[in-house]
Design a binder for this molecule. Structure first.
Ligand code: ATR
Length: 288
């Protein structure tokens, strides 16, 4: 009973994930299970869509309450919003769209980075324990982002929003410079990263595919350089323990797995869709 059929009625809110292909998506299973466990009157569908604009126009009923966006529709989705959150606008893509109940307008957000940022903050809080309860543990820290593609941009904006001092390191230096300029940060070439240690206890985030299966022997930064970092996050999740994370752990850093990004993202999105606290253990179990 994936779709909680017995509960569908006139008040049921409809959600879905828009993409192409879509059959591989775990989201319908995840959100329907989460809706059921919290008694939220909603249903979440896999939506195989070719033309986002046509789709959104066709389903303009207020009962269509929100959508998630996946490949290749994150950019097209942005163009179909009535309003777009400033970070999503900067990134140039949305990850979800929510119909505002008061006026029915569709508001686009990009929360891809929030899951990663939340996981990193949690890792920092768990490792130093002494952080004040208010404010982000990222504030004032040097936050080094490797990569300047979609994920790199999102993480750089996320760090910037939390008050971190952002450094962007990229193979193509020009792209690092462009992104660093937008977040008031510093640019580095990937080669220069190995000798970059203005202070101890920095945070490192990899958003490149370096180290992804099947080339698991690769790492974007030397092991020697890792001793200057207190926390390392790798957006790669196949394998779960990348060479970068293994070497960071050996150097004494706290490590945060790529899988945590998806889990935390689901927590954030569930709350945005329903207004309810996320059933965290259930979400962890479904995504495990
Ligand atoms: P995503 O949207 O997942 O971030 P992307 O937009 O294709 O993917 O960006 C890929 C990032 O990984 C880029 O920063 C890219 O560096 P370049 O700008 O120099 O292309 C980086 N990247 C990919 N393969 C790499 C490699 N073998 N070595 C170093 N950097 C690499």
């Amino acid at each position: 009973d994936l779709y909680n059929m017995r509960h569908i009625g006139p008040d049921t809110k409809v959600y879905g994930v828009i993409g192409n292909p879509i059959s591989h998506s775990k989201s319908p299973h995840l959100y329907n299970a989460a809706f059921r466990s919290t008694s939220f009157n909603g249903i979440y569908l896999p939506l195989l869509v070719d033309n986002v604009s046509n789709f959104i126009t066709a389903y303009s009923s207020p009962d269509f309450a929100g959508y998630s966006f996946t490949i290749p529709h994150k950019e097209a989705g942005l163009k179909c919003c009535d309003e777009v959150d400033p970070i999503a606008k900067q990134i140039g893509a949305i990850s979800c769209m929510i119909r505002r109940p008061t006026d029915g307008k569709l508001i686009g957000y990009n929360i891809d980075y929030l899951g990663a940022i939340a996981a990193i903050e949690e890792g920092l809080r768990a490792s130093n324990g002494t952080t004040p309860a208010s404010g982000s543990p990222l504030a004032g820290k040097i936050f080094v982002v490797i990569g300047a593609g979609g994920a790199g941009k999102a993480l750089a904006y996320g760090g910037y929003e939390k008050g971190a001092r952002v450094v962007v390191a990229n193979r193509t230096y020009d792209k690092a410079e462009e992104l660093a300029g937008k977040v008031g940060g510093q640019a580095l070439s990937l080669a220069a990263l190995n000798d970059f240690h203005p202070e101890e206890g920095m945070i490192l985030v990899n958003t490149t595919s370096v180290g992804m299966k099947p080339r698991i022997d690769k790492t974007p930064v030397s092991k020697e350089a890792l001793k200057h970092y207190s926390l390392v996050f790798d957006a790669i999740y196949t394998p779960k323990l990348t060479r970068l994370l293994r070497e960071a752990q050996e150097s004494g850093a706290t490590i945060v797995y790529g899988t945590e990004m998806f889990i935390n993202q689901a927590f954030v999105q569930f709350k945005m869709f329903t207004g309810l606290p996320a059933p965290k253990q259930l979400i962890r179990d479904v995504l495990a």
